[in-house]
Write a protein that binds this ligand. Structure first.
Ligand code: NDP
Length: 459
Protein backbone atom coordinates (compact mmCIF):
# COMPACT_ATOMS: atom_id res chain seq x y z
CA UNK A 1 0.00 0.00 0.00
CA UNK A 2 1.28 3.51 -0.75
CA UNK A 3 2.41 5.66 2.12
CA UNK A 4 -0.47 7.59 3.68
CA UNK A 5 0.21 10.98 5.21
CA UNK A 6 -1.34 11.91 8.57
CA UNK A 7 -4.14 14.45 8.90
CA UNK A 8 -1.61 17.23 9.31
CA UNK A 9 -3.53 19.79 7.26
CA UNK A 10 -6.67 19.59 9.38
CA UNK A 11 -7.55 22.30 11.89
CA UNK A 12 -6.68 20.95 15.32
CA UNK A 13 -10.28 20.78 16.53
CA UNK A 14 -11.16 18.13 13.95
CA UNK A 15 -8.05 16.02 14.18
CA UNK A 16 -9.39 13.65 16.85
CA UNK A 17 -12.70 13.08 15.01
CA UNK A 18 -11.05 12.41 11.67
CA UNK A 19 -8.36 10.25 13.22
CA UNK A 20 -10.91 8.18 15.13
CA UNK A 21 -13.05 7.69 12.02
CA UNK A 22 -10.00 6.65 10.01
CA UNK A 23 -8.78 4.25 12.74
CA UNK A 24 -12.26 2.73 12.90
CA UNK A 25 -12.21 2.35 9.12
CA UNK A 26 -8.91 0.47 9.28
CA UNK A 27 -10.18 -1.70 12.09
CA UNK A 28 -13.56 -2.54 10.53
CA UNK A 29 -12.24 -3.15 7.02
CA UNK A 30 -9.03 -5.16 7.38
CA UNK A 31 -7.03 -6.08 4.29
CA UNK A 32 -8.63 -3.44 2.06
CA UNK A 33 -5.78 -0.97 1.31
CA UNK A 34 -7.44 0.67 -1.70
CA UNK A 35 -10.57 1.38 0.34
CA UNK A 36 -8.47 2.80 3.20
CA UNK A 37 -6.64 5.01 0.71
CA UNK A 38 -9.83 6.43 -0.82
CA UNK A 39 -11.39 7.10 2.60
CA UNK A 40 -8.20 8.77 3.80
CA UNK A 41 -8.10 11.01 0.75
CA UNK A 42 -11.63 12.26 1.39
CA UNK A 43 -11.17 12.67 5.16
CA UNK A 44 -7.99 14.76 4.75
CA UNK A 45 -9.98 17.30 2.72
CA UNK A 46 -12.96 17.65 5.03
CA UNK A 47 -11.73 19.70 7.98
CA UNK A 48 -12.70 23.14 6.60
CA UNK A 49 -16.19 21.87 5.72
CA UNK A 50 -16.61 20.42 9.22
CA UNK A 51 -15.65 23.77 10.74
CA UNK A 52 -18.24 25.58 8.63
CA UNK A 53 -20.92 22.94 9.22
CA UNK A 54 -20.82 21.50 12.76
CA UNK A 55 -23.94 19.48 11.88
CA UNK A 56 -21.76 17.31 9.58
CA UNK A 57 -20.21 15.62 12.58
CA UNK A 58 -23.57 14.90 14.20
CA UNK A 59 -25.68 11.75 13.87
CA UNK A 60 -22.69 9.69 12.74
CA UNK A 61 -22.97 11.19 9.29
CA UNK A 62 -19.39 10.52 8.15
CA UNK A 63 -19.36 7.06 9.73
CA UNK A 64 -22.59 6.21 7.90
CA UNK A 65 -21.13 7.49 4.64
CA UNK A 66 -18.12 5.20 4.96
CA UNK A 67 -20.26 2.10 5.56
CA UNK A 68 -21.89 0.81 2.35
CA UNK A 69 -25.66 0.49 2.51
CA UNK A 70 -25.43 -3.06 1.16
CA UNK A 71 -22.64 -5.44 0.05
CA UNK A 72 -23.52 -8.41 -2.13
CA UNK A 73 -21.00 -11.19 -2.75
CA UNK A 74 -21.96 -14.18 -4.86
CA UNK A 75 -20.71 -17.31 -6.58
CA UNK A 76 -20.41 -17.23 -10.37
CA UNK A 77 -20.02 -20.75 -11.75
CA UNK A 78 -19.50 -21.14 -15.52
CA UNK A 79 -18.05 -23.56 -18.04
CA UNK A 80 -15.08 -22.88 -20.31
CA UNK A 81 -14.92 -24.08 -23.92
CA UNK A 82 -13.52 -27.45 -22.88
CA UNK A 83 -16.48 -28.07 -20.58
CA UNK A 84 -14.51 -27.52 -17.38
CA UNK A 85 -16.43 -25.79 -14.58
CA UNK A 86 -14.80 -22.70 -13.12
CA UNK A 87 -15.90 -20.53 -10.21
CA UNK A 88 -15.44 -16.79 -9.83
CA UNK A 89 -16.64 -14.36 -7.22
CA UNK A 90 -19.13 -11.62 -8.05
CA UNK A 91 -19.61 -8.35 -6.15
CA UNK A 92 -22.06 -5.51 -6.07
CA UNK A 93 -21.55 -2.86 -3.42
CA UNK A 94 -24.56 -0.55 -3.15
CA UNK A 95 -22.85 2.29 -1.39
CA UNK A 96 -25.17 5.25 -1.06
CA UNK A 97 -28.63 5.94 -2.52
CA UNK A 98 -29.26 9.34 -0.92
CA UNK A 99 -29.21 11.20 -4.23
CA UNK A 100 -30.63 8.53 -6.55
CA UNK A 101 -30.44 4.86 -7.53
CA UNK A 102 -27.06 3.20 -7.02
CA UNK A 103 -25.02 3.93 -10.14
CA UNK A 104 -21.54 2.74 -11.06
CA UNK A 105 -19.77 0.27 -13.31
CA UNK A 106 -18.87 -3.40 -13.25
CA UNK A 107 -15.19 -4.36 -13.45
CA UNK A 108 -13.97 -7.75 -14.66
CA UNK A 109 -10.29 -8.10 -13.75
CA UNK A 110 -8.31 -10.64 -11.67
CA UNK A 111 -7.39 -7.90 -9.19
CA UNK A 112 -11.03 -7.31 -8.19
CA UNK A 113 -11.86 -8.02 -4.54
CA UNK A 114 -14.23 -6.53 -1.99
CA UNK A 115 -11.81 -3.75 -0.98
CA UNK A 116 -11.30 -2.64 -4.59
CA UNK A 117 -15.06 -2.58 -5.21
CA UNK A 118 -15.62 -0.62 -1.99
CA UNK A 119 -12.99 1.97 -2.92
CA UNK A 120 -14.62 2.38 -6.32
CA UNK A 121 -18.12 2.61 -4.81
CA UNK A 122 -17.02 5.17 -2.23
CA UNK A 123 -15.39 7.34 -4.91
CA UNK A 124 -18.43 6.91 -7.11
CA UNK A 125 -20.76 8.34 -4.47
CA UNK A 126 -18.94 11.68 -4.44
CA UNK A 127 -18.32 11.66 -8.19
CA UNK A 128 -22.00 11.16 -8.87
CA UNK A 129 -22.86 13.94 -6.43
CA UNK A 130 -20.52 16.27 -8.33
CA UNK A 131 -22.48 15.77 -11.56
CA UNK A 132 -25.44 17.53 -9.91
CA UNK A 133 -27.70 14.73 -11.21
CA UNK A 134 -29.88 12.29 -9.22
CA UNK A 135 -27.60 9.27 -9.05
CA UNK A 136 -26.37 7.43 -5.97
CA UNK A 137 -23.11 5.49 -5.74
CA UNK A 138 -22.39 1.80 -6.32
CA UNK A 139 -19.85 -0.44 -7.99
CA UNK A 140 -19.42 -4.11 -8.78
CA UNK A 141 -17.56 -6.69 -10.74
CA UNK A 142 -15.73 -9.96 -10.54
CA UNK A 143 -12.25 -11.45 -10.36
CA UNK A 144 -13.00 -13.05 -13.74
CA UNK A 145 -10.18 -12.42 -16.23
CA UNK A 146 -11.57 -11.91 -19.73
CA UNK A 147 -8.08 -11.82 -21.24
CA UNK A 148 -7.58 -14.82 -23.54
CA UNK A 149 -11.17 -16.00 -23.18
CA UNK A 150 -13.32 -16.74 -26.25
CA UNK A 151 -16.45 -14.70 -26.95
CA UNK A 152 -18.55 -17.73 -25.96
CA UNK A 153 -16.76 -18.02 -22.62
CA UNK A 154 -17.27 -14.32 -21.89
CA UNK A 155 -20.95 -14.68 -22.77
CA UNK A 156 -21.44 -17.70 -20.51
CA UNK A 157 -19.69 -15.89 -17.69
CA UNK A 158 -21.88 -12.78 -18.13
CA UNK A 159 -25.03 -14.90 -18.20
CA UNK A 160 -24.10 -16.66 -14.97
CA UNK A 161 -23.14 -13.33 -13.35
CA UNK A 162 -26.55 -11.88 -14.23
CA UNK A 163 -28.44 -14.88 -12.81
CA UNK A 164 -27.59 -13.53 -9.36
CA UNK A 165 -27.21 -9.82 -10.12
CA UNK A 166 -30.63 -9.36 -11.77
CA UNK A 167 -32.56 -9.58 -8.49
CA UNK A 168 -30.71 -6.51 -7.17
CA UNK A 169 -31.22 -4.26 -10.22
CA UNK A 170 -33.96 -1.87 -11.24
CA UNK A 171 -34.19 1.53 -12.89
CA UNK A 172 -35.09 3.07 -9.53
CA UNK A 173 -32.82 0.78 -7.50
CA UNK A 174 -29.44 -0.03 -9.01
CA UNK A 175 -28.17 0.64 -12.53
CA UNK A 176 -24.69 -0.75 -13.39
CA UNK A 177 -22.53 0.20 -16.39
CA UNK A 178 -19.12 -0.89 -17.72
CA UNK A 179 -15.62 -0.40 -16.30
CA UNK A 180 -12.32 -2.23 -16.84
CA UNK A 181 -12.98 -5.41 -18.83
CA UNK A 182 -16.66 -4.57 -19.36
CA UNK A 183 -17.45 -2.82 -22.64
CA UNK A 184 -20.66 -2.65 -24.69
CA UNK A 185 -20.10 -6.29 -25.71
CA UNK A 186 -20.38 -7.49 -22.10
CA UNK A 187 -23.23 -5.06 -21.37
CA UNK A 188 -25.03 -6.68 -24.32
CA UNK A 189 -24.62 -10.19 -22.87
CA UNK A 190 -25.72 -8.96 -19.44
CA UNK A 191 -28.75 -7.14 -20.83
CA UNK A 192 -29.80 -10.13 -22.93
CA UNK A 193 -29.70 -12.38 -19.90
CA UNK A 194 -31.62 -9.88 -17.76
CA UNK A 195 -34.33 -9.68 -20.43
CA UNK A 196 -34.50 -13.47 -20.65
CA UNK A 197 -34.79 -13.99 -16.89
CA UNK A 198 -37.34 -11.26 -16.26
CA UNK A 199 -39.25 -11.31 -19.57
CA UNK A 200 -39.06 -7.52 -19.56
CA UNK A 201 -37.35 -5.08 -21.91
CA UNK A 202 -36.18 -2.64 -19.27
CA UNK A 203 -33.37 -0.56 -20.75
CA UNK A 204 -33.12 1.53 -17.57
CA UNK A 205 -31.40 -1.30 -15.64
CA UNK A 206 -28.02 -1.00 -17.38
CA UNK A 207 -26.19 1.81 -19.17
CA UNK A 208 -23.56 1.61 -21.88
CA UNK A 209 -26.00 -0.32 -24.07
CA UNK A 210 -25.82 -0.46 -27.86
CA UNK A 211 -27.41 2.44 -29.70
CA UNK A 212 -30.13 0.28 -31.27
CA UNK A 213 -31.36 -1.29 -28.04
CA UNK A 214 -31.66 1.59 -25.63
CA UNK A 215 -28.13 2.96 -25.49
CA UNK A 216 -27.14 6.60 -25.75
CA UNK A 217 -25.07 8.28 -28.39
CA UNK A 218 -21.71 9.42 -27.00
CA UNK A 219 -21.74 7.18 -23.92
CA UNK A 220 -18.74 5.26 -25.30
CA UNK A 221 -16.83 8.50 -25.77
CA UNK A 222 -18.07 10.30 -22.66
CA UNK A 223 -15.44 9.48 -20.03
CA UNK A 224 -12.48 10.23 -22.29
CA UNK A 225 -14.07 13.30 -23.85
CA UNK A 226 -15.10 14.58 -20.44
CA UNK A 227 -11.60 14.08 -19.00
CA UNK A 228 -10.06 16.19 -21.73
CA UNK A 229 -12.75 18.86 -21.38
CA UNK A 230 -11.90 19.04 -17.67
CA UNK A 231 -8.17 19.29 -18.47
CA UNK A 232 -8.97 22.08 -20.93
CA UNK A 233 -10.68 24.03 -18.12
CA UNK A 234 -7.72 23.43 -15.80
CA UNK A 235 -5.35 24.85 -18.41
CA UNK A 236 -7.71 27.76 -19.07
CA UNK A 237 -7.35 28.79 -15.42
CA UNK A 238 -3.62 29.10 -16.14
CA UNK A 239 -4.23 31.16 -19.26
CA UNK A 240 -3.53 28.28 -21.66
CA UNK A 241 -5.40 25.94 -23.97
CA UNK A 242 -4.81 22.47 -25.37
CA UNK A 243 -3.58 23.53 -28.77
CA UNK A 244 -0.03 22.26 -29.34
CA UNK A 245 0.32 20.75 -25.85
CA UNK A 246 2.33 17.56 -25.68
CA UNK A 247 0.28 14.96 -23.79
CA UNK A 248 1.03 11.51 -22.40
CA UNK A 249 -1.81 9.05 -21.88
CA UNK A 250 -1.62 5.66 -20.13
CA UNK A 251 -3.93 2.78 -20.99
CA UNK A 252 -5.46 1.91 -24.33
CA UNK A 253 -8.98 1.02 -23.26
CA UNK A 254 -12.19 2.98 -23.43
CA UNK A 255 -11.08 5.99 -21.38
CA UNK A 256 -7.62 6.26 -22.97
CA UNK A 257 -8.84 5.95 -26.58
CA UNK A 258 -11.51 8.64 -26.30
CA UNK A 259 -9.23 10.92 -24.30
CA UNK A 260 -6.74 10.71 -27.14
CA UNK A 261 -9.52 11.36 -29.65
CA UNK A 262 -10.78 14.53 -27.93
CA UNK A 263 -7.29 15.83 -27.12
CA UNK A 264 -6.32 15.48 -30.79
CA UNK A 265 -9.54 17.16 -31.89
CA UNK A 266 -8.64 20.13 -29.68
CA UNK A 267 -5.17 20.39 -31.22
CA UNK A 268 -3.03 18.56 -28.66
CA UNK A 269 -0.16 16.29 -29.61
CA UNK A 270 -0.69 12.92 -27.86
CA UNK A 271 2.39 10.72 -27.98
CA UNK A 272 1.79 7.65 -25.78
CA UNK A 273 -0.60 4.79 -25.05
CA UNK A 274 -0.06 1.63 -22.99
CA UNK A 275 -1.46 -1.63 -21.70
CA UNK A 276 -0.41 -3.81 -18.77
CA UNK A 277 2.53 -5.23 -20.79
CA UNK A 278 4.23 -2.01 -21.95
CA UNK A 279 3.78 1.28 -23.76
CA UNK A 280 4.29 2.94 -27.13
CA UNK A 281 5.77 6.34 -27.93
CA UNK A 282 4.85 7.84 -31.25
CA UNK A 283 6.52 11.20 -31.78
CA UNK A 284 4.35 11.83 -34.84
CA UNK A 285 1.29 11.59 -32.61
CA UNK A 286 -0.76 8.48 -31.82
CA UNK A 287 -2.54 7.12 -34.89
CA UNK A 288 -6.03 6.87 -33.42
CA UNK A 289 -7.53 4.72 -36.18
CA UNK A 290 -4.71 2.19 -35.87
CA UNK A 291 -5.02 2.16 -32.07
CA UNK A 292 -8.77 1.55 -32.30
CA UNK A 293 -8.26 -1.20 -34.87
CA UNK A 294 -5.76 -3.01 -32.61
CA UNK A 295 -7.53 -2.54 -29.29
CA UNK A 296 -11.25 -2.27 -30.10
CA UNK A 297 -11.62 -4.40 -33.22
CA UNK A 298 -8.88 -7.03 -32.84
CA UNK A 299 -8.69 -6.87 -29.02
CA UNK A 300 -4.92 -7.18 -29.43
CA UNK A 301 -1.88 -5.86 -27.54
CA UNK A 302 -0.31 -2.41 -27.80
CA UNK A 303 3.00 -4.05 -28.81
CA UNK A 304 1.47 -4.58 -32.28
CA UNK A 305 1.30 -0.80 -32.89
CA UNK A 306 4.87 0.17 -33.96
CA UNK A 307 5.33 -2.37 -36.75
CA UNK A 308 2.03 -1.29 -38.32
CA UNK A 309 2.59 2.44 -37.82
CA UNK A 310 6.10 2.64 -39.23
CA UNK A 311 9.26 4.44 -38.14
CA UNK A 312 7.84 7.13 -35.86
CA UNK A 313 6.76 4.71 -33.11
CA UNK A 314 8.52 2.40 -30.72
CA UNK A 315 7.40 -0.08 -28.10
CA UNK A 316 8.85 -0.01 -24.57
CA UNK A 317 8.16 -3.23 -22.65
CA UNK A 318 9.31 -1.94 -19.25
CA UNK A 319 8.96 1.28 -17.24
CA UNK A 320 6.04 3.62 -17.62
CA UNK A 321 4.75 6.38 -19.86
CA UNK A 322 5.48 8.97 -17.17
CA UNK A 323 9.16 8.86 -18.15
CA UNK A 324 8.22 10.58 -21.41
CA UNK A 325 8.42 14.41 -21.16
CA UNK A 326 5.02 16.07 -21.52
CA UNK A 327 3.10 19.30 -20.83
CA UNK A 328 0.14 17.35 -19.45
CA UNK A 329 -0.50 13.77 -18.38
CA UNK A 330 -3.72 11.75 -18.39
CA UNK A 331 -3.38 8.54 -16.33
CA UNK A 332 -6.23 6.46 -17.77
CA UNK A 333 -5.51 2.80 -16.93
CA UNK A 334 -5.92 1.78 -13.29
CA UNK A 335 -5.41 2.65 -9.60
CA UNK A 336 -1.97 3.56 -8.22
CA UNK A 337 -0.24 3.53 -11.61
CA UNK A 338 1.51 6.89 -11.01
CA UNK A 339 3.75 6.85 -7.94
CA UNK A 340 5.92 9.52 -6.34
CA UNK A 341 8.99 8.64 -8.43
CA UNK A 342 6.94 8.98 -11.60
CA UNK A 343 5.50 12.26 -10.31
CA UNK A 344 9.01 13.59 -9.65
CA UNK A 345 10.02 12.66 -13.20
CA UNK A 346 6.97 14.43 -14.60
CA UNK A 347 7.80 17.54 -12.55
CA UNK A 348 11.46 17.52 -13.61
CA UNK A 349 10.31 17.27 -17.21
CA UNK A 350 8.11 20.38 -16.79
CA UNK A 351 4.58 18.93 -16.64
CA UNK A 352 1.93 21.62 -16.06
CA UNK A 353 -1.18 19.55 -15.41
CA UNK A 354 -2.19 15.99 -14.49
CA UNK A 355 -5.83 14.95 -14.90
CA UNK A 356 -6.97 11.50 -13.71
CA UNK A 357 -8.98 9.71 -16.39
CA UNK A 358 -8.81 6.51 -14.30
CA UNK A 359 -10.02 6.07 -10.72
CA UNK A 360 -7.31 6.88 -8.16
CA UNK A 361 -4.36 6.27 -10.54
CA UNK A 362 -2.12 8.66 -8.58
CA UNK A 363 -0.77 7.59 -5.19
CA UNK A 364 -1.16 10.03 -2.25
CA UNK A 365 2.59 10.68 -2.22
CA UNK A 366 2.56 11.41 -5.93
CA UNK A 367 -0.31 13.89 -5.54
CA UNK A 368 1.72 15.62 -2.85
CA UNK A 369 4.79 15.85 -5.13
CA UNK A 370 2.72 17.30 -7.98
CA UNK A 371 0.84 19.83 -5.87
CA UNK A 372 3.99 20.98 -4.05
CA UNK A 373 5.56 21.66 -7.45
CA UNK A 374 2.58 23.81 -8.48
CA UNK A 375 1.27 21.30 -11.03
CA UNK A 376 -2.51 21.54 -11.58
CA UNK A 377 -3.90 18.22 -10.39
CA UNK A 378 -7.43 17.01 -11.25
CA UNK A 379 -8.73 14.04 -9.20
CA UNK A 380 -10.60 11.22 -10.95
CA UNK A 381 -13.86 11.76 -9.13
CA UNK A 382 -14.16 15.10 -10.93
CA UNK A 383 -12.15 14.55 -14.12
CA UNK A 384 -13.71 11.26 -15.23
CA UNK A 385 -17.27 12.03 -14.10
CA UNK A 386 -18.35 12.52 -17.73
CA UNK A 387 -18.91 8.78 -18.12
CA UNK A 388 -21.43 8.48 -15.35
CA UNK A 389 -23.01 11.80 -16.33
CA UNK A 390 -23.64 10.42 -19.83
CA UNK A 391 -25.00 7.25 -18.22
CA UNK A 392 -27.49 9.41 -16.33
CA UNK A 393 -28.46 11.01 -19.64
CA UNK A 394 -28.93 7.48 -21.02
CA UNK A 395 -31.26 6.70 -18.08
CA UNK A 396 -33.16 9.92 -18.81
CA UNK A 397 -33.62 8.90 -22.46
CA UNK A 398 -34.69 5.39 -21.40
CA UNK A 399 -37.35 6.64 -19.03
CA UNK A 400 -38.82 8.92 -21.72
CA UNK A 401 -38.31 6.37 -24.56
CA UNK A 402 -36.26 9.04 -26.31
CA UNK A 403 -33.22 8.90 -28.56
CA UNK A 404 -31.07 11.99 -28.52
CA UNK A 405 -28.62 12.98 -31.25
CA UNK A 406 -24.86 12.68 -30.65
CA UNK A 407 -24.45 16.47 -30.69
CA UNK A 408 -27.13 16.93 -28.07
CA UNK A 409 -25.50 14.47 -25.66
CA UNK A 410 -22.07 15.93 -26.31
CA UNK A 411 -23.34 19.44 -25.70
CA UNK A 412 -24.90 18.39 -22.38
CA UNK A 413 -21.69 16.57 -21.45
CA UNK A 414 -19.58 19.67 -22.15
CA UNK A 415 -21.89 21.81 -20.00
CA UNK A 416 -21.77 19.25 -17.15
CA UNK A 417 -17.95 19.02 -17.25
CA UNK A 418 -17.65 22.79 -17.18
CA UNK A 419 -20.03 22.93 -14.23
CA UNK A 420 -18.11 20.22 -12.33
CA UNK A 421 -14.84 22.02 -12.96
CA UNK A 422 -16.22 25.33 -11.75
CA UNK A 423 -17.82 23.75 -8.70
CA UNK A 424 -14.49 22.20 -7.67
CA UNK A 425 -12.55 25.36 -8.40
CA UNK A 426 -14.95 27.63 -6.53
CA UNK A 427 -15.35 25.27 -3.57
CA UNK A 428 -11.56 25.10 -3.17
CA UNK A 429 -11.43 28.91 -3.15
CA UNK A 430 -14.33 29.16 -0.71
CA UNK A 431 -12.58 26.83 1.76
CA UNK A 432 -9.19 28.53 1.58
CA UNK A 433 -7.41 26.12 -0.75
CA UNK A 434 -7.25 27.97 -4.08
CA UNK A 435 -6.31 25.77 -7.02
CA UNK A 436 -6.62 22.55 -4.99
CA UNK A 437 -9.06 20.45 -7.01
CA UNK A 438 -8.77 17.55 -4.53
CA UNK A 439 -10.15 19.68 -1.71
CA UNK A 440 -12.73 21.27 -4.02
CA UNK A 441 -14.02 17.94 -5.39
CA UNK A 442 -14.10 16.18 -2.03
CA UNK A 443 -15.87 18.98 -0.18
CA UNK A 444 -18.36 19.75 -2.96
CA UNK A 445 -19.28 16.06 -3.39
CA UNK A 446 -19.41 15.51 0.35
CA UNK A 447 -21.60 18.56 1.00
CA UNK A 448 -24.26 17.44 -1.48
CA UNK A 449 -24.43 13.89 -0.09
CA UNK A 450 -24.27 15.14 3.51
CA UNK A 451 -27.10 17.63 3.03
CA UNK A 452 -29.28 14.89 1.54
CA UNK A 453 -28.47 12.47 4.36
CA UNK A 454 -29.21 15.05 7.03
CA UNK A 455 -32.55 15.86 5.41
CA UNK A 456 -33.51 12.20 5.14
CA UNK A 457 -32.91 11.30 8.79
CA UNK A 458 -30.87 8.48 10.31
CA UNK A 459 -31.11 5.85 7.58
P1 NDP B 1 -10.65 -0.80 -20.21
O1 NDP B 1 -10.80 -2.19 -19.78
O2 NDP B 1 -11.35 -0.36 -21.46
O3 NDP B 1 -9.12 -0.42 -20.36
C1 NDP B 1 -8.25 -0.51 -19.28
C2 NDP B 1 -6.85 -0.18 -19.76
O4 NDP B 1 -6.00 -0.09 -18.64
C3 NDP B 1 -6.27 -1.24 -20.67
O5 NDP B 1 -5.36 -0.65 -21.54
C4 NDP B 1 -5.57 -2.16 -19.66
O6 NDP B 1 -4.51 -2.93 -20.21
C5 NDP B 1 -5.02 -1.14 -18.70
N1 NDP B 1 -4.89 -1.75 -17.37
C6 NDP B 1 -5.86 -2.33 -16.63
N2 NDP B 1 -5.36 -2.80 -15.49
C7 NDP B 1 -4.06 -2.54 -15.53
C8 NDP B 1 -3.00 -2.77 -14.64
N3 NDP B 1 -3.20 -3.42 -13.48
N4 NDP B 1 -1.77 -2.32 -14.99
C9 NDP B 1 -1.58 -1.67 -16.16
N5 NDP B 1 -2.54 -1.43 -17.04
C10 NDP B 1 -3.76 -1.85 -16.73
O7 NDP B 1 -11.13 0.11 -18.98
P2 NDP B 1 -11.60 1.62 -18.99
O8 NDP B 1 -10.83 2.39 -19.99
O9 NDP B 1 -13.07 1.64 -19.02
O10 NDP B 1 -11.18 2.09 -17.51
C11 NDP B 1 -9.90 2.66 -17.22
C12 NDP B 1 -9.98 3.41 -15.91
O11 NDP B 1 -10.96 4.45 -16.01
C13 NDP B 1 -10.39 2.58 -14.68
O12 NDP B 1 -9.74 3.11 -13.54
C14 NDP B 1 -11.88 2.84 -14.58
O13 NDP B 1 -12.38 2.62 -13.27
C15 NDP B 1 -11.92 4.31 -14.95
N6 NDP B 1 -13.21 4.82 -15.40
C16 NDP B 1 -13.85 4.25 -16.47
C17 NDP B 1 -15.06 4.76 -16.89
C18 NDP B 1 -15.74 4.26 -18.12
O14 NDP B 1 -16.75 4.87 -18.52
N7 NDP B 1 -15.26 3.24 -18.79
C19 NDP B 1 -15.74 5.84 -16.13
C20 NDP B 1 -14.94 6.42 -15.08
C21 NDP B 1 -13.74 5.89 -14.71
P3 NDP B 1 -4.69 -4.52 -20.43
O15 NDP B 1 -5.49 -4.64 -21.68
O16 NDP B 1 -3.30 -5.03 -20.56
O17 NDP B 1 -5.39 -5.04 -19.21
Amino acid sequence: MPHVTPFDSSPASHLPILQRIYSDTLHRNPGEPEFHQSVHEVLTSLAPALSAHPEFTETGLIERMIEPERQIIFRVPWQDDSGKTLVNRGFRVEFNSTLGPYKGGLRFHPSVNLGVVKFLGFEQTFKNALTGLNIGGGKGGSDFNPRGRSVEEVMRFCQSFMIELHRHLGEHTDVPAGDIGVSSREIGFLFGQYRRITNRWEPGVLTGKGREWGGSEARTQATGYGSVLFLEQMLKMRGEDLDGQRITVSGSGNVAIYSIAKAQELGAHVITASDSDGYVIDEKGINLELLKQIKEVERGRISAYPSRQGGSARYVPTGCVWNVPADAALPSATQNELDSAAAATLVNNGVKAVAEGANMPTTPDAIHVLQQAGVAFGPGKAVNAGGVAASALEMQQNSGREIWAFDQVEEELAAIMCRIHNTCYETANQYGAPGDYVVGANIAGFERVAAGMLAQGIV
